[in-house]
Write a protein that binds this ligand. Structure first.
Ligand SMILES: [Cu+2]
Length: 127
């Protein structure tokens, strides 16, 4: 017997992918993912609402160390130091922060400060 199972597999994938079209409403509670890669943050522009989160994920293909460092944040921001990793990693690292202070945040990798930049905009509208 050489029955191929491909048609079944394709149908299963189509069903699994379909619900994502309606996932927009739930995305506010999920962190925005930012890849920390050789040598960029992807994406390099992120917008979230107040109370939203960003999760940096170090790419598995990296061959150089990187960190996440808050270079500039809103004036009202407290404990600015808590928004930087303070250590570097090549792969297998995660860094998640919740942003309660609206404004513009500029992040860099301190090892590659001219190449790796990320601008995060936190909007006031929380409701
Ligand atoms: Cu870097």
């Amino acid at each position: 017997m050489r029955l191929t199972r491909w048609p079944l597999v394709v149908a299963a994938i189509a069903v699994a992918v379909a619900p994502s079209a309606t996932a927009g409403a739930a995305s506010a509670t999920k962190p925005k993912l930012v890849s920390v890669a050789d040598f960029f943050f992807g994406p390099d522009q992120v917008t979230i609402k107040k109370g939203g989160a960003v999760k940096w994920v170090w790419a598995s293909t990296n061959t150089y160390p990187h960190d996440v460092h808050l270079k500039q944040g809103p004036k009202a921001l407290k404990q600015k130091g808590s928004y930087s990793t303070k250590t570097t990693a090549v792969t297998n690292a995660r860094f998640t922060r919740i942003f309660e202070t609206p404004g513009t945040y500029r992040f860099i990798c301190t090892i590659h400060p001219t190449q790796m930049k990320l601008t995060l905009t936190v909007l006031k509208g929380g409701g």
